[in-house]
Design a protein around this ligand. Structure first.
Ligand code: RIB
Ligand code: CA
Length: 313
C-alpha cells in the first residue's frame, strides 16, 4: 500500500515530538510532506525550534519545517509551560537545531500542497491549536473538499477538560479556529482526552523506551518523565498521557482505536465553557454528524507499535 501523504501541524511539546518521531520512523505508512508549526504549548519561535530539534534527533533534516500563525484568531495566546517546561521540550538535553526553517508561511504551504496534489490524497494532522488550519480554510475555501482527512488531537467529552473544567488545551487556545475546522465539511477524526488519557506512559512502558538504548529512545524516556509531572499531580495517573502520538498511530493502525461518528460543535461564546467540544455522543440532537470521535484504544498495542517504530530511528 502506498504511504499516506500527510502534513503534521504542531506545537511541540514533548508529546508532539513523539508523534513526529513515530511518523518519521514509519515511511512505509506515512510520507511527511511537511511540518507546519503553530503557537500553542509555547510561542511560535520555540515550536519552530523544537520541531527542527526533533527532525534532527530523528536524522531527518530534509523535512520541510514551516513557521505558521503566532497567535490565535481572536484571542490572546495561552501557553502551557507549566506542562512542557519553559522551552516546550524540557527533559532531554538536545542541541540547538542547525537545519533552517523552510521559506514561506505554513498556511501557504498547506494551501499550495492541497492544491498541488489530487483531491483526497493529503491528510492533515493537527496536534496543536487549529489556527493554521482554520486560516488556510478561510484564505482558500476550495481546499476543504481537497482534504483527504483531518486527524486531530483535541477536545474531550467523558474526560471534560485539561485546561479548564470543560475544555482541552488545543481547542481552548483557539476555539474560533476549531469552530471553522469542525464546520468545514472536511472528514474529521478526533483523538480527544477520552482516548489519550487511556494511553499512559507507565514506568514499564517508559523503561521500554529507555531500553531501546538509542539517542531517540533515551530522549523520549526523558521527555515523558518531564511531561508526566503535570498529569500525575493533577489526575494521580500512572504516567504521561501520550496525546499526540495517538494521531500518528491512527494513521498506521486505525484498528487500535474505536469511536463513533457524531456531531461535535465548539463553544465560542461563553467564557465559562469556552473551547468545550460539545460532543453529541448519545445522539440526543438532530445535528448532523461531522466527526469520528474516538473513545477506545488498545493501549498495549499502541505502545508496542510506538516502541518498535522508535527503535528504527
Ligand atoms: O491537551 C493536550 C494537547 O495540548 C496536546 O496536543 C499537547 O501537546 C498540547 O498541544
Ligand atoms: Ca500538541
Amino acid at each position: 500500500m502506498t504511504p499516506r501523504k500527510i502534513i503534521i501541524d504542531t506545537d511541540p511539546g514533548q508529546d508532539d515530538a513523539v508523534a513526529i518521531l513515530l511518523a518519521l520512523a514509519s515511511p512505509e505508512d506515512v510520507e511527511v510532506l511537511g511540518i507546519t508549526c503553530v503557537a500553542g504549548n509555547v510561542p511560535l519561535d520555540l515550536t519552530t525550534r523544537n520541531a527542527r530539534i526533533v527532525c534532527e534527533l530523528a536524522g531527518k533534516t530534509d523535512v520541510k519545517v514551516f513557521a505558521g500563525c503566532d497567535r490565535p484568531l481572536g484571542r490572546a495566546l495561552v501557553t502551557a509551560e507549566h506542562v512542557h517546561g519553559k522551552t516546550g521540550l524540557d527533559g532531554p538535553d538536545l542541541p540547538e537545531p542547525t537545519m533552517p526553517l523552510a521559506d514561506g508561511h505554513a498556511v501557504d504551504f498547506i494551501i499550495d500542497t492541497l492544491r498541488d496534489h489530487a483531491p483526497g490524497t493529503v491528510t492533515l494532522c493537527p496536534l496543536g491549536p487549529l489556527t493554521n488550519i482554520a486560516t488556510a480554510l478561510t484564505k482558500a475555501p476550495d481546499i476543504a473538499t481537497r482534504i483527504a482527512k483531518i486527524v486531530l488531537m483535541g477536545g474531550g467529552y467523558f474526560e471534560g477538560g485539561n485546561i479548564t473544567p470543560v475544555a482541552e488545551f488545543n481547542i481552548y487556545v483557539d476555539p474560533q479556529a476549531a469552530d471553522i475546522v469542525f464546520k468545514s465539511g472536511a472528514p474529521i477524526v478526533v483523538m480527544p482526552l477520552d482516548v489519550t488519557h487511556k494511553a499512559l506512559v507507565t514506568a514499564a512502558r517508559n523503561d521500554a523506551f529507555r531500553g531501546i538504548g538509542s539517542p531517540v529512545g533515551i530522549a523520549v524516556a526523558q521527555m515523558t518523565e518531564f511531561f508526566e509531572r503535570f498529569d500525575k499531580e493533577k489526575y494521580g495517573s500512572e504516567g504521561a498521557p501520550l496525546h499526540d502520538p495517538c494521531v500518528t498511530a491512527y494513521l498506521i493502525r486505525p484498528d487500535l482505536f474505536t469511536g463513533r461518528h457524531i456531531n461535535v460543535e465548539i463553544e465560542t461564546e461563553s467564557e465559562l465553557t469556552m473551547g468545550m467540544t460539545v460532543a453529541d455522543w448519545w445522539g440526543v440532537t438532530d445535528r448532523a454528524p461531522n466527526a469520528t470521535f474516538m473513545n477506545g484504544i488498545d493501549a498495549d498495542g499502541f505502545f508496542n507499535l510506538l516502541t518498535e517504530r522508535l527503535a528504527r530511528l
